[in-house]
Design a protein around this ligand. Structure first.
Ligand SMILES: [Zn+2]
Length: 474
């Protein structure tokens, strides 16, 4: 009686491994919120309220005594300044000339922690008492549905964003900060913090993140100088005006924008073909009439400069396509606008699967199949089958049929000669490899040939090109 031991590869793992490869990092220095979200053009002008009733004095006591209605603006700045800083904060983002957004002040709101009615409130002194010491302010977002897809990422649509300032921070006016903070030494520029928080409330992330929150060392001066840098020092004035990094990130959210679509697209949104094949791509943009220049990079060295482009892939591979466009619009000034869009791993060019394997002895009559097939192109192999014949060649009795695993262990029924055939199937066709095994019943080292160093999932990853591991018996 013979027994066979299999390590079965599951289809669930295939899909899960695929997701890993298709995720990609941001293409630019700036970042958007994570998870990303954006206002819809229909939301503009965006209504907002500020807990600043414009009368003196601003104190926590007066605010609480009035049921959060009066004197609730930060007590260390003059009456009316909270509202002014909010207005100036929104205006600062207008420096992104191509970005289209608008806001409208609605009046005084109660100084509550966060709204439940999907409106945008700017409040002070941490009314919910939830903020850590040292935090200047924070934003409480809510979003739902899908507003747009940017660079392959889904951006939800904002419903509201409340901005809340902390209570243990001494704030001062921008004018005081410009003069070196004579009125409030060591205080923080409220307008700078406001502009930063408004950036968040419109969808911006940090140019560089707090190292305590996993941020990498920030050395790029443009990122350090950005309004969306993660922190603001005492009596600083720079954050009140957005810089080039802020502008690029913001324009991507609200400015003219171009993406592309290509032929051969499958249900996962990638283009799959068998080499050689011609891919045809078009620019997708609401601003097509403004576009004066386009540059395509097809990832294999191929380029094009036309609005609609075609490219023939001849080598198997996973390719990223990048499109750069330049557009003209009066509001954007003489230089116009430009936009970069790329889809990472968008093209999967497959050839006939190149199959290869070896058989390594484990113990007794157990042999480990060591798969050495070419898996350099992700996703081109969709099926694998093993067949074992008695004797040399494929004319003998079949003792194992249609075994599906990346690297099965085969326990031969008795000593002798066997032929093992592996078939690899994929969009490019079927490739096969054959190994003749002279099975001898002898003791192995117990560990076999690195057996156990990767489980079924590891084998899967290998099949899908995630890892370029090669294993061999010594
Ligand atoms: Zn921030």
């Amino acid at each position: 009686m013979s027994t066979l031991q299999f390590r079965i590869v599951s289809a669930v793992g295939l899909a899960a491994a695929g997701v890993l490869l298709l995720s990609a990092g941001p293409a630019s220095a700036w970042t958007h919120l994570d998870p990303p979200a954006v206002w819809s053009p229909d939301d503009f002008p965006l209504p907002y309220w500020v807990a600043d009733d414009g009368t003196s004095p601003n104190t926590v006591e007066r605010c609480e005594a009035s049921n959060d209605l009066e004197g609730c603006c930060e007590e260390s700045v003059p009456t009316g300044y909270c509202r002014q800083a909010a207005e100036e904060g929104f205006t600062a983002w207008k420096a992104a000339k191509c970005a289209e957004f608008d806001v409208e002040y609605q009046g005084v709101c109660p100084n509550i922690d966060q709204s439940s009615d999907n409106k945008m409130y700017i409040t002070f002194n941490d009314p919910g008492n939830v903020m850590e010491v040292g935090v200047l302010a924070h934003m409480v977002p809510a979003s739902a549905g899908t507003a747009k897809i940017i660079d392959g990422r889904e951006y939800k649509q904002f419903l509201k964003n409340d901005i809340v300032f902390n209570k243990d921070v001494e704030f001062t006016t921008h004018e005081d900060a410009v003069n070196g903070c004579p009125n409030a030494p060591g205080a923080t520029n409220m307008r700078g913090v406001m502009t930063h928080e408004i950036g968040h409330s419109l969808g911006m992330g940090h140019s560089c993140e707090d190292p305590d929150k996993g941020g990498a060392p920030c050395t790029d001066p443009t990122l350090l100088d950005a309004t969306m840098f993660w922190t603001e020092g005492a009596c600083q004035t720079g954050a009140t005006e957005i810089n080039q990094d802020d502008i690029e990130g913001f324009t991507t959210l609200y400015g003219p924008y171009a993406s592309f679509a290509c032929s051969h697209q499958d249900t996962n949104g990638i283009s799959v073909g068998v080499v050689p094949f011609e891919l045809k791509c078009v620019i997708v943009s609401e601003y097509l009439s403004e576009i004066v220049e386009a540059e395509w990079n097809f990832g294999d060295g191929g380029t094009a400069t036309s609005i609609s482009a075609a490219h023939t892939y001849t080598e198997p591979g996973n390719y990223t396509i990048q499109l750069s466009v330049d557009g003209q619009r009066e509001a954007c000034g003489e230089e116009g606008w430009s936009n970069n869009f790329r889809r990472v791993g968008y093209v999967r060019a497959c050839g006939v699967p190149q199959a290869a394997f070896a058989a390594g002895h484990l113990d007794g009559l157990q042999y480990q199949m060591l798969n050495d097939s070419d898996v350099s192109v992700y996703g081109c192999i969709s099926n694998i089958q093993w067949t074992v014949y008695e004797g040399e060649g494929t004319g003998g009795k079949v003792i194992v049929d249609q075994l599906q695993a990346w690297e099965p262990i085969i326990d031969f029924p008795e000593a002798g000669r066997y032929t093992v055939v592996m078939n690899l199937g994929g969009i490019g066709g079927t490739g096969a490899a054959m190994v003749v095994v002279d099975a001898k019943n002898r003791r192995g080292e117990g560990r076999g040939c690195d057996v156990g160093s990767t489980g079924a999932a590891g084998g899967l990853a290998l099949a899908l090109g995630l890892l370029a591991i090669r294993r061999r018996c010594s």
